[in-house]
Design a binder for this molecule. Structure first.
Ligand code: GRF
Length: 224
């Protein structure tokens, strides 16, 4: 069916259209400011989205520390730009996962962290970390879980030619990319999308849902 502009009504839609559920409004009404630690290994665009959200008073939280495991990663630059403390814990410099996580735990405890946000943390965490912060570690993943778990989620969605994909924030548990789903965002895949265009679409929604997920978690943590 065509409208008077000649657009096909069944296929036309706005380029930036997405669905987010739950459709919470970020209203910054939590009674107590929570202390966040961000764990990142990459560019840090989600980390920066959180910084901006807090600066705009959309989130009653403070990023106490950024922990990175990759020397020279983009997240470090962002921490320097926004004057946020960061700690580099290069996992290659530790004898094993346990020793690495013990050092992470020491830092988390030093900053009295309430919630850990894995924002592009490309390292599996063990029970040691998970059990010390039960239901207080969240992760952002670039697919609508439980579809497309793993480190190539965006490419996998393209390979499978699905028509809709997106991103998920979930509680971290031992099984990778599992755990209770807090919030999800969905986006259409166009026939001309490639890994770059789709990654950029997903990032846009990630930057919206991650602050919302923290708002949801803040309400829960303040009830403990
Ligand atoms: C995001 O796509 C996130 O879903 C995945 O890693 C990416 C991190 O991007 N876990 P950035 O470093 O925040 O830009």
């Amino acid at each position: 069916m065509d409208n008077k502009n000649g657009d096909n009504l069944y296929s036309s839609r706005c380029q930036d259209e997405y669905i987010i559920s739950p459709g919470t409004k970020v209203i910054n009404n939590s009674p107590r400011k929570i202390n966040l630690a961000i764990l990142a290994s990459g560019h840090g665009s989600n980390f920066e989205a959180l910084i901006n959200s807090i600066k705009q008073n959309h989130l009653n939280a403070e990023i106490k520390v950024l922990i990175v495991n990759v020397p020279g990663c983009g997240a470090i630059e962002k921490a320097l730009k926004h004057n946020i403390k960061y700690v580099l814990l290069d996992n290659h410099k530790f004898p094993n996962r346990k020793a690495h996580e013990i050092e992470i735990l020491r830092i988390l405890s030093h900053y009295s962290i309430d919630l850990i946000v894995m924002a592009g943390w490309m390292r599996i965490v063990s029970n040691l970390l998970i059990e010390n912060y039960t239901e207080r570690i969240i992760n952002i993943h670039p697919s609508i879980l439980p579809s497309f778990k793993g480190s190539k989620a965006i490419q996998d969605a393209l390979n499978q030619a699905v028509k809709i994909t997106g991103c998920t924030v979930h509680i971290v548990q031992k099984e990778v990319d599992s755990g209770e789903i807090i919030i999800q965002g969905a986006v259409a895949i166009d026939s001309n999308d490639n890994i770059d265009t789709l990654t950029s679409k997903i990032h846009k929604i990630e930057h919206i849902i991650l602050p919302k997920a923290i708002e949801i978690m803040t309400t829960r943590i303040n009830k403990y």
